[in-house]
Design a protein around this ligand. Structure first.
Ligand code: AMP
Length: 193
């Protein structure tokens, strides 16, 4: 069983790579973004509270996401967890270390998907356009204005985690600019080393 974190800015490909790991390695994707969107769509109290913050591109409170993750860690672990979009702050990272310890588990790798900002903007704008072309609706935060705030949140609040996991000897950098399969192969190289 291998437990990993996928780190990287919005649009780096964390969700795409997580889905491939779910299919190939029977791992469990824990995306706090997906969980929050579900709560919003099903109209729960929590969903109503987080909707505006998410649409704007800011982070929701640490307590909210730590609570969501805590519940999941107590369930099936299958081939291991892929933390996708969590942790996003140092407080969340510390909480995750503690929650994993309670389960008798440890993190194996924090994989940083490295992508240039100009590519992120193109990918996010493209993702919104694809969703609309497919007859759906774009994510409320997949627009240029929210993206600016999401990137700022990433650099201010989340990027310190790169140093945090480096200090723990867990950080693995992966070039996120390649093709989906190329990035997948690089991640496989980390997991199978
Ligand atoms: P994502 O799908 O990971 O891009 O997340 C979408 C939005 O959900 C973010 O912009 C935040 O508003 C919120 N969110 C997701 N995960 C977290 C987290 N770990 N901490 C705080 N906010 C989060």
């Amino acid at each position: 069983m291998t437990h990993i974190i996928l780190l990287g800015p919005p649009g780096a490909g964390k969700g795409t790579q997580a889905q491939m790991l779910v299919e190939d390695r029977n791992m469990i994707q824990l995306s706090t973004g997906d969980m929050l969107r579900e709560a919003k769509d099903s109209g729960t109290e929590m969903g109503k509270i987080v909707a505006d913050v998410m649409a704007r591109g800011d982070l929701v409170t640490d307590e909210t996401v730590i609570g969501l993750i805590r519940e999941k860690l107590e369930g099936d672990k299958a081939g291991g967890f892929i933390f996708d979009g969590f942790p996003r702050t140092l407080a969340q990272a510390d909480a995750l270390t503690g929650l994993m310890a309670e389960q008798g588990e440890v993190l194996d790798h924090a994989i940083e998907l490295q992508v240039d900002d100009d590519v992120l903007v193109d990918r996010i704008v493209g993702r919104a356009a694809d969703a609309v072309a497919a007859g759906g609706t774009a994510r409320a935060d997949d627009n240029a204005e929210s993206l600016k705030i999401r990137l700022m949140a990433y650099y201010k609040q989340t990027s310190p985690l790169i140093g945090y996991y480096h200090a723990k000897g867990l950080l693995k950098g992966v070039d996120g600019l390649g093709t989906m399969d190329g990035v997948k192969a690089e991640i496989a190289g980390v997991l199978d080393a």
